[in-house]
Write a protein that binds this ligand. Structure first.
Ligand code: FE2
Ligand code: FE2
Length: 190
């Protein structure tokens, strides 16, 4: 399997029908793709890993199965072992080492992309003009987007070695161009 974003999209959509999950995958893809360009890495490969990280969540929505039971399916489809290992490494409960820049980037972008997306959904202009300080303020409100694990947001930025304010700004910048796909309004709608 050629590790491209289009092939990853095909695998993802074969197993995932939920719009919320597809939007999550697109948001994480955009953020990881942003970092691939930033670091001068293989953008197609990084985007593919990001799109696939939760590909089995719809059929395996519990941590005794996700993502470990998805891994054999990816191998069977012929995805490179580096993609499979990267997908596995995003799961804190597996305790696998995040020993590549891609693994650290995926972990850092997973929960934060969901959180920034949630912040944008409650603003009339989506993520446009969304400031890191207001994202950080919402991170401190446990009831807002309660499903997002705050510790993983802080730990992810820390492991990647990027300042949290800058990391938030990068994710905001990454999500902006795909506002329509994410169901986010923009200044043009306001
Ligand atoms: Fe996951
Ligand atoms: Fe995820």
């Amino acid at each position: 399997m050629e590790p491209t974003r289009d092939n990853a999209w095909a695998t993802l959509t074969r197993y995932t029908k939920s719009e919320a999950l597809l939007r999550h995958a697109l948001a994480v893809e955009a953020s990881v793709g942003w970092y691939a360009r930033h670091f001068g890495e293989d953008e197609q490969f990084w985007r593919a890993a990001a799109l696939l990280h939760d590909f089995d969540y719809e059929m395996h929505p519990t941590l005794d199965k996700h993502p470990q039971d998805g891994a054999p399916i990816l191998r069977e489809e012929g995805w490179p072992e580096e993609i499979v290992e990267t997908v596995l490494s995003h799961a804190e409960h597996l305790g696998l080492p995040r020993d590549t820049l891609l693994k650290r980037t995926l972990f850092a972008c997973d929960e934060l992309s969901g959180f920034v997306h949630a912040c944008g959904l409650v603003r009339p202009t989506g993520v446009e003009g969304l400031e890191p300080k207001s994202v950080k303020k919402k991170l401190k409100q446990p009831s807002f987007a309660a499903g997002v694990h705050r510790e993983d947001v802080y730990k992810g930025a820390d492991e990647l070695g990027v300042d949290l304010d800058e990391h938030i700004a990068h994710v905001v910048e990454a999500l902006q161009p795909i506002s329509a796909e994410l169901g986010l309004r923009t200044a043009a709608d306001a």
